[in-house]
Design a protein around this ligand. Structure first.
Ligand code: FES
Length: 694
């Protein structure tokens, strides 16, 4: 693993090197990095060993949710993924249970500050930011709380351009840019206070909300209205080897690569063909990481077709109707075995294949982080919920639902609003819709002049190409955002290339017959190189079906408005000009399967509760004995009693209930822990920093 030194989209700043020790060895990281990223930078994926079975432990969520990444930093147990690296830090791996430092100095106990505000917004991601913007622009006093050092939430990981409409959700702009734009707007609003590095601990029955402000001071906030925009957490999956270091969430990978600028892997395999899995594959390639393959259990990927096409064009094998049989390795991931699924859900004999890889990314969906919302409802607080916490969808939908919920709060406060909430809700529902089946499109007959070719054939909510055309020559059918775009041909296209640059799916090309009808010039978008492609260089031109051949570049340029999308023009034979969709710079590297490798496993080897190392077999045994109550399961197995508080295993245990034919209504949910995360007791007594942290 190494530090990223160049990236087609991300700026690589000069970062200050800092020294630290891990298990006595002198290493370096960069200022501003969290401990887990510094360890990955130094090729360390094993952060400790579990007390119960000595199994190696490492990163899973990189988001403070799963509690797998514990290390001892300067004598104190901490989550490596949430703790900033400091110069001279002494970090030790956490083997067994962490020991608390011996400490019996008297401590100073402080009163806890109670802060009143009109609205408390929990979560500074797309929904929280957009809600805060609306509220702040109406001069409402808002406190916006986020647990990271930078506002933006998942936007800071998203290097791709957004779908949706330009007007409503900044479509065509990259997530990282949208995060900056919204962050800057809310920071400059006079009535908005921003608390970054601040973690909401609990919601209390008297309407007070306990927050560790700036990782140091415990504060109680009394809001009149609460908006929960806490996003989502990644789902785990049950298979042998699922907790090996090197097996982790796609979001965690994006954090390592896109936020902390580490080339976190050499060869990744991805489970899950939804948008998260597909986009993460593309992000890996942009960072120079080989994507060995992607498995999807269904007959088709569930994400946008344009995202899938982008990966396929670059030669990434997508194995639909396949599943992971096992992740293999001694103490960290070395390979993955996949197999084809039969109609009955079994593995079809002789379809098993094993591929070498150092990283397996799990992208099988998200669970809403909605605990605060339900707690606030239970205590009869005035509470709203937006973004993924409300319903899992694209970040552009989260921006929109943040706005809607903020408008509802304004209405409740008594502020006059002009927006029609019903219409806005309809639009939000459109944005949240699952992508439909692709449709058959006709190839334009025209063979003269210059015009855009649209290679998107799925009706998803997206129309930035219609907004950027200076001649207004691109429309969607019936002007609906969910319909496919077309070229109106009312007047001459000027060939500006803006539609090619803005398209989030990289699915528009410009075909120019003006100079030579037999060899038109085709212009493609390219987001795989930070350097301008030299004229005369040969590139591989591809259709959605495969490679079309090597052709010379005759022009390469960046438009001022879209500085990271390079427009590369190539002369092509007329016969392939309209099916050519993209270019690639290197030949696809096909990873041959290794000799088939699979140890025999039983369900007793497959972990469902990572914190307490409880197996699928154990949970299934108790369910078969008739246990339908999570609290009983907890008492019998300790599942859900570990550091993460059941955040990772609950949905997996629900799945085992389903497999056992237990209806959802018959399952008795477990009691939720009053505190959202683990916290030293001293915090509640107002003991600050190191003292509170021990
Ligand atoms: S990896 Fe750090 S809490 Fe999940």
């Amino acid at each position: 693993m190494e530090n990223l030194t160049k990236h087609p989209i991300l700026e690589i700043p000069d970062r200050k090197k800092i020294e630290f020790k891990f298990d006595g060895k002198l290493l370096y990281g960069f200022e501003g990095m969290v401990i887990s990223s510094a360890l990955f930078l130094n090729k360390i994926k094993i952060f400790g060993h579990h007390i119960k079975d000595r199994s190696p432990q490492g990163l899973f969520c990189a988001n403070g949710q799963c509690s797998q990444c514990n290390v001892i930093a300067d004598g104190v147990p901490v989550k490596a993924c949430m703790t900033p690296l400091r110069e001279g830090m002494k970090i030790e791996s956490c083997n067994g249970l962490p020991e608390l430092p011996l400490e019996d100095d008297p401590v100073k106990v402080d009163d806890i500050n109670i802060v009143n505000t009109d609205v408390l917004v929990i979560g500074g991601g797309p929904a929280g930011l957009s809600a805060t913007k609306v509220l702040g622009e109406h001069n409402i006093n808002v406190i916006l709380v986020d647990d990271k050092s930078t506002l933006g939430g998942k936007l800071v990981l998203q290097t791709h351009k957004f779908f949706g409409s330009q007007e409503e959700v900044y479509a065509g702009t990259r997530g990282i840019e949208i995060g900056k734009i919204l962050g800057e707007i809310v920071t400059n609003l006079e009535t908005v206070k921003i608390w970054v590095n601040s973690i909401v601990l609990a919601i209390f029955s008297d309407g007070l909300i306990g927050i560790i402000k700036n990782m140091d001071e415990y504060a109680l906030v009394k809001p009149n209205y609460l908006l929960v925009a806490t996003g989502a957490r990644e789902k785990m999956l049950i298979f042998p080897g699922n907790t090996l270091p090197g097996v982790y969430g796609a979001g965690a990978f994006q954090t390592l690569v896109n936020r902390d600028l580490i080339k976190a892997a050499e060869n990744v395999f991805i489970i899950g063909g939804g948008n998260v899995g597909l986009i993460t594959g593309y992000h890996a390639i942009q960072a120079g990481i080989n994507v060995v393959g992607l498995v999807e259990g269904l007959p088709q990927c569930g994400g946008y077709k344009v995202h899938e096409d982008k990966l396929k064009r670059l030669g990434v094998p997508i194995y639909t109707n396949h599943t992971v049989i096992s992740a293999n390795g001694e103490d960290k991931l070395e390979s993955i075995t996949i197999g084809r699924i039969t109609d009955r859900g079994n593995i079809e004999p002789s379809t098993e294949q094993t591929f070498a890889c150092d990283t397996l990314l799990i992208a099988v969906g998200l669970d809403p982080v909605d605990e605060f919302y339900h707690k606030a409802q239970q205590f009869n607080m005035k509470v709203w919920i937006a973004g993924d916490a409300q319903e899992i969808a694209e970040a552009s939908a989260a921006i929109f639902t943040g706005k809607i919920e903020a408008l509802k709060i304004l209405k409740e406060i008594g502020v006059q609003i002009t927006e029609n909430l019903e219409e806005l809700e309809d639009f939000a529902n459109l944005m949240k819709k699952k992508p439909p089946e692709p449709v058959q499109t006709e190839v334009i007959e025209k063979k003269e002049g210059i015009f855009p070719m649209f290679h998107c054939n799925q009706e998803i909510p997206c129309n930035p190409c219609t907004s950027v055309c200076p001649q207004d020559l691109i429309k969607t059918v019936d002007d609906l955002i969910t319909q496919l775009p077309y070229f109106t041909d009312d007047q001459d296209c000027v060939g500006c290339g803006k539609c090619v640059s803005v398209c989030p799916g990289l699915a528009i090309t410009l075909v120019d017959y003006r100079k030579d009808e037999e060899s038109p010039v085709v212009t493609f978008p390219l987001e795989l190189s930070s350097e301008k492609i030299e004229v005369g260089r040969k590139v591989i031109v591809v259709s959605n079906e495969g490679e079309l051949g090597e052709f010379e570049v005759i022009r390469a340029r960046f438009l001022k408005e879209f500085p990271k999308t390079q427009l590369v023009s190539v002369k092509l034979p007329a016969g392939i000009a309209k099916v050519a969709v993209g270019i690639k710079l290197i030949k696809s590297f096909y990873n041959e399967p290794m000799d088939f490798y699979q140890l025999s496993h039983t369900e007793d080897d497959i972990i469902v509760c990572r914190c307490e190392r409880v197996s699928v077999g154990e949970i299934r045994k108790w369910i078969r004995y008739g246990v339908h109550d999570f609290n009983e399961l907890k008492a019998l197995t300790k599942a859900g009693m570990g550091a993460c508080g059941g955040k990772t295993c609950t949905s997996l245990i629900n799945r085992i209930f389903r497999e056992e034919g237990i209806e959802h209504e018959k399952i008795i949910p477990g009691t939720k822990r009053p505190l959202f995360i683990e916290v030293p007791m001293g915090v509640f007594a107002g003991i600050k920093s190191e003292k509170g942290g021990k």
